[in-house]
Design a protein. Structure first.
Ligand SMILES: Nc1ncnc2c1ncn2[C@@H]1O[C@H](COP(=O)(O)OP(=O)(O)OP(=O)(O)O)[C@@H](O)[C@H]1O
Ligand SMILES: [Mg+2]
Length: 282
């Protein structure tokens, strides 16, 4: 969104960080899911939140997008306080959740139209916007088919269309490519990159595919046990790890045994991934 557009919506015109987290702590009961997290995401940046299962990535995202109530610390999105102005924050946001968010009994077009209404896209523009985003994610031909018959990749692209229909200044993607084949993964990322280039969107994403994060993200943060272990450009983190190191090496160095225990081949991680995909397609 341009500064003029932001001003016309009554938002701060000073250049604010896209996301600012200041000493954020979040507990589920006595369990500390996010532990004193301080982090900023710059406008226009593609930022990757990385970390093993249970690191606190989704919890952090749900605090940013106002789906969880703040407990300790402060969070702003383009300078807007999530605690006091959650609706204004939501208007800035497009969100692809880790879990299923489409309605199988509706067509692709109906799913996106529903989001357009939900996110206050003006009635006169809705039809054109819905067509535009369906085209972007290459679902025009399937627009009037029921989503229940879609493949996993089509579902993810439909979710992306929903998240983009209000032209968000900040796009938040929680594992958008889990369970997809390599071609479908590429196609999701290509669309995100295209949107980012066209609209100057800020993107916050999580992924367990380190090579994706390396390629796509301007900066990444590594979370472990709710805490920030490392933040920087992929190049910086790899260089600090040692010559020839990959982002996966950096990940392993910071998260140690957890990666093997939970994310290893055939482990709990892959079971969960399969389940999620199955649920999404079911
Ligand atoms: N609704 C909840 N109630 C209780 N505990 C929760 C809840 N949601 C998350 N947690 C716990 O908080 C911690 C962080 O979970 P979170 O979902 O943020 O992790 P994550 O980094 O997104 O993991 P994954 O890679 O598996 O998606 C975990 O220990 C998890 O069990
Ligand atoms: Mg998660």
């Amino acid at each position: 969104m341009s500064r003029r557009e932001r001003a016309s919506r009554g938002l701060e015109t000073t250049v604010a960080e896209a996301i600012s987290l200041d000493h954020v702590t979040f507990r589920f009961g006595t369990h500390v899911a996010v532990d004193d997290l301080t982090l900023t995401v710059h406008p226009g940046e593609c930022f990757g939140l990385l970390g093993p299962n249970g690191a606190g990535k989704t919890t952090t995202i749900r605090i940013i997008n106002t789906l969880l109530n703040m407990q300790e610390g402060a969070v702003t999105v383009f300078g807007i306080d999530v605690r006091t102005r959650s609706m204004a924050v939501r208007r800035q946001l497009g969100y692809v959740p880790q879990q299923l968010s489409i309605e199988g009994a509706l067509t692709a077009r109906e799913n996106v139209s529903w989001f357009a209404r939900l996110y206050d896209v003006p009635r006169s523009e809705r039809r054109a916007r819905v067509d535009e985003v369906l085209e972007m994610v290459d679902l025009s031909d399937a627009a009037d088919r029921l989503a229940s018959g879609f493949s996993g990749g089509m579902v993810r692209r439909l979710e992306l269309a929903q998240a983009l229909v209000n032209r968000p200044a900040l796009l938040v993607l929680d594992e958008p490519t889990v369970g997809l084949d390599p071609v479908a993964r590429d196609s999701v990322w290509q669309r995100v990159a295209q949107m980012q280039a066209e609209y100057g969107m800020t993107v916050l994403l999580t992924t367990h595919y380190m090579e994706e994060a390396d390629e796509l993200c301007d900066r990444v943060a590594l979370m472990h046990n709710g805490r920030l272990a490392e933040v920087g450009t992929p190049a910086q983190l790899k260089a600090a790890q040692g010559e020839g190191a990959s982002l996966e090496d950096v990940f392993r160095a910071h998260t140690g045994a957890d990666l093997g225990a939970e994310s290893g081949k055939g482990g709990l991680r892959s079971v969960r991934t399969t389940r999620r995909t199955a649920r999404r397609m079911g």
